[in-house]
Write a protein that binds this ligand. Structure first.
Ligand code: TXA
Ligand code: MG
Length: 324
């Protein structure tokens, strides 16, 4: 059933999770809400189920998947935790931080999950429905964002329906995602923590916990295979750091820099970066639809400050604007 309504009451959650559990255990795909974006989930220990994720998204096979766990205890059956990894897990789980850790030799995960790497990305989502489902199936769920590869990430069940509809066996509607951008991904090697993707946990917060600066992927020459330059791409062309809306444009404002009229949205009028992150993908989708409907070619976006969640927002805007 991919057309259900929003699942809110404890009873409705249990019913949806029971049904989703059967789908997952029989090798199917379930789109589930998390606090960041909707994930396209499958049993991470089942090769053909994981293969179906790649197929449904049109995702290149060299791009590894994040596994979603019920906590550090479950994670430890699949990856090696160093003291630094423990520290990060204790500070940020559940929540939007993915740890890239060495894959255990005896790990029963599908090899497709790590796409040939000797590491695995793991996270514990801070969302009741995702958590209940992981606990019910008693194994990790591999889950990329539930959108066609390269497209805008989904923050509502409706977005998943539009992007993947008949390619998923079930969509659990948990309403709008509260964080709205994907998890921050860090690679942990001994005492070094390298930022592979900015996301829902600001770099500064991680720095506070580890007592030093994060390395950048560029410095450490680490490959983040999925960090393709063009990603999150709307159909319209993007113009960044716009000061005002020009003829033929729809406008994505931030703070006091707003467009005017019906073809303008604002990420956060008060300049609140959390609000801006939560609105980012749904506003991009809405503006893209407006542009298409009215023959406008460009989405112009105001500048967003590069602090806190602003780093993740700017990363997504830059990729949305990249040549395809
Ligand atoms: O918030 C999120 O992280 C969402 C929700 C659903 O949990 N998931 C998500 O997954 O954003 P996805 O597949 O859209 O992005 C995962 C990124 C990719 O860029 C991939 O290359 C990278 O994580 N990744 C996964 N495993 C990795 C590994 N072992 N080493 C380096 N990068 C990895
Ligand atoms: Mg994605």
């Amino acid at each position: 059933d991919t057309n259900g309504s929003q699942v809110k009451t404890p009873m409705a959650i249990n019913d949806a999770v029971d049904q989703a559990k059967d789908v997952i255990l029989s090798g199917g795909l379930v789109a589930m809400p998390t606090e960041t974006v909707y994930g396209l989930a499958a049993d991470a220990t089942n090769d053909s189920a994981v293969a179906r994720i790649f197929e449904a998204k049109g995702r290149p096979q060299f791009n590894p998947l994040i596994i979603h766990v019920s906590g550090a205890e479950m994670a430890k059956a699949y990856v090696e935790f160093s003291p630094m990894a423990e520290k990060l897990e204790q500070a940020f789980w559940p929540g939007p931080l993915t740890l890239v850790l060495p894959r255990r030799e005896d790990s029963p995960l599908s090899l497709l999950v790590s796409a040939g790497l000797d590491t695995v990305g793991v996270r514990m989502p801070d969302h009741l429905i995702a958590q209940t489902l992981i606990k019910a199936v008693e194994r990790p769920l591999a889950a990329p964002s539930a959108n066609q590869s390269g497209g805008i990430s989904p923050t509502r069940a409706e977005d998943v329906r539009q992007s993947l509809d008949e390619r998923v066996d079930m969509i659990i509607d948990g309403g709008q995602c509260t964080i709205g951008v994907e998890s921050t991904i860090v690679k942990v090697e001994d005492d070094n923590v390298t930022l592979l993707r900015p996301g829902g946990v600001p770099r500064e917060d991680i720095g506070c916990i580890i007592g030093k600066q994060l390395l950048n992927a560029g410095d450490a020459k680490i490959e983040a295979p999925g960090m393709m330059t063009s990603h999150y791409a709307p159909d319209a062309v993007m113009r960044l750091n716009a000061n005002s809306q020009e003829e033929g444009e729809v406008f994505l404002g931030y703070g006091k820099v707003s467009g005017s009229g019906e073809f303008a949205l604002n990420l956060s009028q008060t300049g609140d970066l959390r609000e801006a992150a939560a609105n980012l993908f749904s506003h991009l989708r809405a503006l893209d639809r407006m542009a298409a409907a009215h023959g406008l070619k460009t989405i112009a976006a105001a500048r967003v400050p590069m602090e806190g969640l602003g780093e993740a927002i700017n990363d997504r805007l830059k990729r949305a604007a990249a040549p395809r």
